[in-house]
Design a protein around this ligand. Sequence first.
Ligand code: CAA
Length: 246
Amino acid sequence: MTSRIALVTGGTGGIGSAIVKRLASLGHKVATNYRDETKAKAWQAQMKAHGVNAAIVPGDVSSPEAAEKLVHGVEQQLGPIDILINNAGITRDTTFHKMSALQWQEVINTNLNSCFNVTRPVIDGMRNRKWGRIIQISSINGQKGQYGQANYAASKAGMHGFTISLAQENAKFGITVNTVSPGYVATEMVMAVPEDVRNKIAAQIPVGRLGEPDEIAYAVSFFTNEEARWITGANLAINGGQYMGW
Ligand code: CAA
């Protein structure tokens, strides 16, 4: 398999770490961004203990300027980016009638505007080199909505609108653009949901449990494969059967 250069935003999180590990295990060179240097260095050491060399570059993806610097930083350390995983995301859950403008903006900026901020400085290089893989990590809640997540669901639904437009514009340049929509995966983000609420949600999953981060990373790596070259504009739901759209 050709070794590629990959940027996974939010790579230090639960799903992000699993994606970093899996792409590295396939022989790719992988980088992620960070906002907190001490935490990122500890994460990098942990990865190393698992035999994974991951580059870390500072950059808040919610800022266009910081994201551009991040991309240049990755290019300097590893080279031009072939695979971009827009994975960084946050929640600010609350019912809409209680939601502040800040709770709305933080989620839209980090989850959705980040897709513009990071992809914009990457896309020209992919088009020039006639190869690229761009994958948005959306959510089941972008597909079905969720009580308490008007901000998050809007951002995650928006990510797939971004995917299907970019997929059309870049197909002839050897670039595929796809979305992966995870359901409830056992990560810090999901564990932050109050236990009683979480248990009720888990009871709605036909497979009978929360997902594992590596079950998401597996699907992400599938889209990055050379042989996945005819798959573009797709939205792959991975949610234990909790939501079956078509
Ligand atoms: N459907 C209908 N009613 C619901 C409901 C639902 N799904 N969830 C809560 N309610 C009702 C409660 O029964 C309660 O009703 P009563 O007042 O009549 O008793 C009322 O809503 C509570 O409303 P409040 O506005 O007082 O809500 P709250 O401040 O207690 O908290 C909440 C509401 C923040 C939304 C909380 O329920 C919550 O955290 N829900 C989980 C949201 C969620 O799924 N987040 C996912 C995070 S992980 C993630 O996002 C990853 C991913 O991609 C999947």
